[in-house]
Ligand binder design. Structure first.
Ligand code: NOJ
Length: 742
């Protein structure tokens, strides 16, 4: 019964309270009462210059040193924070000046981009999202936090929770991919991992949700570019992971570089104040992105520095990263009544609140003995190996090419990424050291020491010539099996690393083709920070592993998977297109009035390419097989505020233990506004022994079934909902239920 829903919202819909407000425990609220009093006392003593000093963050040197000027400013109480200054001894030295020599002894907060590890580097965030394992992500993030705090870092500029539907955008590598639900789970896991329950602990740091907001919607996938996003799409696609960080207690936000519907994100009162503080009750502080306050001039919404400072501060950006326009202009802006004392005090209050919550007033220094115990210790390195293994996605495995026999006699290892330590770390590798990284060559040699490994690079990553191919082919011919590691350099994704092509760079594909032509069993190991267009490989290579950039332990983790010690269980967190012409291509698209239909020219498709992806969202294979059956609902009818329990069985029908990620999607078939054809609303990664069955349950309630209606209110509407369950976003079994208007 596919009933079109009435659009009389006042009568038939209910407002859904998804905005769960965490009620603080008495001791916590007591503590926050004390904190506010101490802030009041400080504010009462601070001069305007000292207040503006708290709003200023300055950059250190790339090697982690502070600059001479920082000492001077800290002494005068005119500096709130630095970024990139790190190391227990260096941070203590600068901190000592702030807390012993400045008039009010306010500690500094040291920020750093700890994105996927501090020194022990885990897979890039897109790779970790492919684990579909929030617990693993929380663990890796907590290790990153402990290492960073030991090195005197209090604050990370992470997680990056930008949804990305355009893989040309290099920063897709830093996020969790295209989906708001998966993105929200990962966002929450990262905030918990960084902050724990109390980020004053000596192994935690305060997190920063970035880049607020819609930075990932850059037109053409070109970094820093303009974004045009409707309020509905903001609320349904781009906001949810940020909302998840607020619910998880995130301490800070970063305002983005992009302009959003004509208003730059760093001057956007709607997003920074109305939504973030008004609707979501966020009480931490917002830092600008690097010089994004000053960039308001180039955006063309500020005529000069004073204008830019006024715009950003009044919109709700509390701390200015690197540019110094607040400090230069605030006094004059106040004199002209363009900025109030209250706005400045509020910004200072938010920053001091986080400094108090970090415990910096009580314990401003870092124990200098911690670094050598915590950083890159063997437990952290072992965790990096395990989590890298959980992030690997098996895209193809014809004729049981994988896993390889551990008794193999000879292996040809070919390709520009087979032995490149620096690239294993990916972009934003914190204080990671290339010399710590295990390459695939090292990993394979360690795993199968008896085998002869014939290594030939073939070409470098740019692969401009085929000069090295001959050696590579000789290696292949002399070996029982060939492994080819191809993809991008670490620098080809991340910030300012957009690409107009998603093909393998240069002649890398020719190298793959030449090796395949030798007729040897071949495994393609991909390393990359974004989806790639790999049609030929998908069609012709028998086995493909997507390994992203696996971090410090990449080579060992890939070897674990190649030889079957680890059965791959990762799934794609983002759609792989066939051609860049399909972008944006994402699974949770709308149906249109003319959905693609091969038999109908006048339907939504291309003349020269299929409309379907190469690999869909959620896709990934295993060395064993699974069957998902017995999809049942607790009820076929639920009231508007009701819940339905979805039950399903997953069985390992193969001969090895393995992991399956069971994914639950819904579709609201007819609503007052168009709804996606599928929306992920639950997933569980489970381990099953051969022959084992697990019964899984998912609960769907208002939070999952609601959406933003025509009046931009979050509602559940009555009518039919489809429920779909499967191992990826395409191979689904389905059933349905009805939400009734009572
Ligand atoms: C610019 C980047 O956009 C942001 O993500 C990063 O945190 C800052 N630089 C600081 O390094």
């Amino acid at each position: 019964m596919n009933r079109i829903k009435s659009i009389r919202p006042a009568l038939i819909v209910i407002v859904v309270s998804i905005f769960l407000i965490t009620i603080p425990s008495p001791s916590l609220s007591q503590r926050s009462g004390d904190i506010e009093k101490r802030i009041d006392a400080l504010l009462a003593q601070m001069t305007l210059e000292e207040k503006l000093g708290q709003l200023q963050q300055l950059d250190g040197e790339s090697n982690g040193n502070f600059r001479p000027e920082h000492l001077q400013l800290a002494r005068q109480g005119l500096l709130g924070s630095t970024l990139n200054v790190r190391g227990a001894q260096k941070t203590n030295q600068l901190q000592r000046i702030a807390v012993t020599e400045s008039r009010l002894k306010i500690p500094l907060i040291f920020g750093f981009d700890v994105i996927h590890g501090y020194r022990t580097i885990f897979p890039i965030p897109l790779g970790e999202a492919a684990s579909w394992d929030p617990a693993a992500v929380e663990r890796s993030t907590s290790i990153a936090a402990a290492e960073a705090r030991a090195a005197g870092v209090h604050w990370t500029f992470a997680p990056m929770v930008d949804i990305a539907r355009d893989p040309r955008w290099g920063r897709i590598a830093e996020g969790a991919g295209e989906d708001p639900y998966l993105g929200s789970q990962m966002a929450r896991a990262r905030v918990r991992g960084f902050q724990g329950n109390d980020y004053s602990a000596s192994d935690r740091i305060v997190a920063c949700a970035k880049h607020w907001v819609a930075y990932g919607a850059a037109e053409g996938g070109r970094d820093y570019n303009t974004t045009e996003v409707s309020e509905r799409t903001l609320r349904e696609v781009y906001f949810p992971p940020f909302r998840a960080t607020v619910n998880a207690g995130v301490g800070t936000f970063m305002s983005a570089f992009n302009d959003l519907d004509g208003v730059p994100a760093s001057a956007n009162r709607f997003t920074l104040t109305e939504v973030l503080r008004g609707e979501w009750k966020f009480d931490g502080f917002v830092v600008s992105d690097y010089t994004s306050v000053e960039e308001l001039i180039k955006h063309g919404v500020a005529a000069n520095g004073a204008d830019a400072a006024r715009e950003a501060l009044n919109a709700g950006v509390d701390m200015e990263m690197v540019s110094r326009l607040y400090n230069k202009n605030a006094r004059e802006l106040m004199r002209q009544h363009q900025l109030t004392q209250q706005t400045i005090d509020e910004a200072v209050r938010r920053i001091l609140r986080v400094k108090f919550r970090l415990g910096l007033f009580a314990r401003p220094y870092t124990d200098e003995g911690l670094e050598s115990k915590v950083i890159f210790n063997s437990a952290n390195v072992a965790a990096a190996r395990e989590i890298a293994g959980r992030s690997i996605v098996l895209l193809k495995n014809d004729r049981h090419t994988l896993p390889l026999d551990k008794n193999v006699r000879s292996i040809a290892l070919i390709g520009p990424l087979a032995d490149s330590q620096a690239d294993m770390l990916g972009s934003w590798s914190g204080d990671g050291k290339p010399e710590d990284a295990i390459t695939l060559l090292q990993g394979i040699k360690a795993r199968v020491p008896q085998a002869t490994v014939n290594y030939a690079q073939g070409c470098d990553i740019g692969c401009a010539t085929a000069d090295g191919f001959e050696n590579a082919l000789r290696a292949a011919k002399e070996s029982d099996v060939a492994i080819i590691a191809v993809g991008e350099s670490a620098a080809m994704s991340g910030e300012a690393a957009s690409r107009s092509s998603l093909d393998l760079p240069g002649r890398q594909l020719d190298l793959v083709k030449a090796v395949e032509a030798t007729g040897k069993p071949t495994v393609v190991v991909l390393m990359n920070g974004r989806p790639l267009t790999i049609n030929w490989i998908a069609e012709n290579s028998p086995a493909i592993l997507e390994t992203w950039f696996g971090g410090t332990q990449a080579g060992n983790a890939i070897a674990d998977v190649l030889f079957g010690d680890v059965n791959p269980g990762g799934k794609l967190p983002v759609t792989f297109p066939r051609t860049i012409g399909q972008i944006p291509i994402y699974y949770n698209h709308k149906n249109t009035g003319r959905p693609p239909d091969a038999g109908n020219k006048y339907s939504s498709k291309y003349l020269d390419a299929p409309w379907t992806p190469l690999f869909p969202f959620g896709y990934g294979l295993s060395y064993t097989q699974f069957e998902i059956t017995n999809l049942q609902l607790s009820s076929q009818h639920i009231p508007l505020a009701g819940k339905v329990t979805v039950r399903v069985d997953v069985r390992n029908t193969g001969k090895r233990a393995g992991d399956e990620v069971v994914q639950l999607y819904i579709r609201d078939t007819a609503a007052s506004v168009t709804r996606p054809v599928k929306e992920l609303k639950g997933f569980q990664r489970v381990t099953l022994q051969p022959g084992e069955t697990k019964h899984l349950e998912f609960v769907l309630g208002a939070e999952q079934l609601g959406f933003w209606n025509r009046q931009m209110r979050f509602m559940v509407e009555p009518g039919e909902f489809k429920v779909m369950v499967g191992p990826n976003s395409e191979d689904l079994i389905e059933t349905k239920f009805e939400v009734q208007n009572r």
